[in-house]
Write a protein that binds this ligand. Structure first.
Ligand code: SF4
Ligand code: SF4
Length: 82
């Protein structure tokens, strides 16, 4: 089967985690909501949203990320709503 065009798939691997660490941990949203205390801690675009509750959406850096461009992602805030 082909992957759905509506659901870009970002591989959950160490290389991509390393890329994510250039963006997520330093964004305002991550720091404000202490996302390192919840699972998953990174690579939300591949692994799904954080288990943290009642998050606001403040200052997502995803649009600057290489994976955002490479996988034609849209929207950002994957820690909140993916
Ligand atoms: S698009 Fe966002 S969640 Fe995905 S790897 Fe990049 S910074 Fe992390
Ligand atoms: S997905 Fe966006 S808002 Fe969430 S931690 Fe990563 S850069 Fe920040």
């Amino acid at each position: 089967m082909f992957e759905s065009a509506k659901a870009p798939v970002v591989p959950d691997n160490e290389e991509n985690k390393a890329l994510c660490r250039k963006y997520c941990p330093i964004c305002q949203n991550y720091k404000k909501h202490d996302l390192h205390r919840n699972e998953p801690k990174e690579l939300f675009c591949a692994r799904g949203s954080s288990s943290a509750q009642n998050m606001k959406e403040i200052g997502c850096f995803c649009p600057a990320c290489e994976l955002f461009t490479k996988h034609h992602l849209r929207g950002g805030y994957y820690c909140v709503r993916r």
